[in-house]
Ligand binder design. Structure first.
Ligand code: ZN
Length: 322
């Protein structure tokens, strides 16, 4: 729970310390301790799934390429599967060094190629969420358990991979429910529904977000933040701490308790992971979406969240004094 030094200040400080220039009572310019906000963890009726692996995952439109180490996977086209025309297939081009290979992979297929495992987790048909996108997962074969490495099907949530990442961004979302969240709604029922929908409909191994909030600003622990989150859009969620507010903030105003709790999480993340304030943003900064809704975007755009985070960091530096 400590603030990392901006990289360039480290040599200066280390130099000062070794030269004995920093007296014990000098004002603390660097180390800030911010307690991790308390989270509710006992809301689940189902445990998270998935296997940790050296892997990556992305939703790609035709024309885009997923790069993973020295491997590239380009989506050339989406069309009916020649063997089963009712089903969609993706035409992929695999690139490794000077090697190039094209192959058609139907939705739900998986295959091994040159030490990698590639799964076509989903292909969005017209009208469906993720329409026109190929959801691809790629892993180093050697990092996989046998049940995934030997599978010729992409499989559902149970075969998905937990992809470790380092937090470099703090990104606000809303769950974007059809209806605003009301005080009489049960947030735990909403979380359980999101988890089971994500597993059944999107093949997600857990909630897509790391931390979620209800109207009272209570914080629920979602996906383990050591692993990358999920998206239905095309941005790369790797490196993003995903905070999501239950409800629809295109249609409802946030409560003061929510704003305060979100700022607490953001300040903790800035201190814990050394995220610069300018990397506090919203989903709309990275993808074609109105998430987290106009009533939150307002506070991201006008600097309210960054000011609240700065206040928390300053207070921590003063040892908690106002
Ligand atoms: Zn979002």
């Amino acid at each position: 729970m400590t603030l990392r030094f901006p990289l360039r200040s480290v040599p200066l400080l280390v130099g000062a310390l070794t030269a004995g220039l920093v007296p014990a009572c000098a004002p603390s310019v660097a180390r800030v301790s911010l307690a991790r906000p308390a989270t509710i963890t006992d809301w689940r009726s189902q445990p998270p799934l998935g296997y940790p692996a050296r892997a990556d995952r992305r939703n790609l439109p035709p024309g885009d390429t997923l790069r993973f180490g020295s491997l590239g996977i380009a989506v050339l086209a989406i069309g009916p599967d020649s063997a089963a025309p009712a089903q969609l297939a993706a035409r992929l081009q695999l690139l490794l060094g000077a090697e190039r290979e094209e192959r058609d992979a139907p939705e739900g297929a998986a295959f091994n190629w040159r030490g990698y495992h590639v799964a076509v987790v989903a292909i969005g048909s017209p009208g469906e969420l993720g329409a026109g996108l190929v959801s691809l997962e790629v892993a180093e074969l050697a990092s996989l358990p046998p049940e995934v490495a030997n599978s010729s099907v992409a499989g559902g949530a149970g075969l998905r991979l937990r992809i470790p990442h380092e937090i470099r961004y703090v990104t606000l979302h809303h769950t974007g429910d059809a209806q605003p969240l009301r005080p009489e709604d049960d947030p735990i029922a909403k979380l359980r529904a999101l988890q089971s929908w994500g597993a059944a409909d999107r093949n997600w191994w857990d909630l897509p977000y790391h931390l979620l909030l209800d109207l009272d600003g209570r914080i629920y622990a979602g996906r383990d933040w050591h692993y990358m989150g999920e998206t239905n859009t095309t941005y790369d969620p790797r490196g993003h701490l995903l905070i999501s507010v239950i409800g629809n903030y295109q249609r409802q105003e946030p409560t003061p308790a929510q704003l305060s709790a979100i700022a607490d999480i953001m300040a903790w993340a800035v201190a814990e992971f050394g995220v610069p304030l300018e990397r506090i943003g919203g989903h709309y900064n990275y993808a074609d979406t109105d998430c987290p809704g106009r009533y939150f975007i307002r506070y991201l755009e006008d600097g309210t969240f960054r000011r609240m985070v700065q206040e928390r960091l300053d207070r921590a530096r003063r040892g908690g004094r106002p």
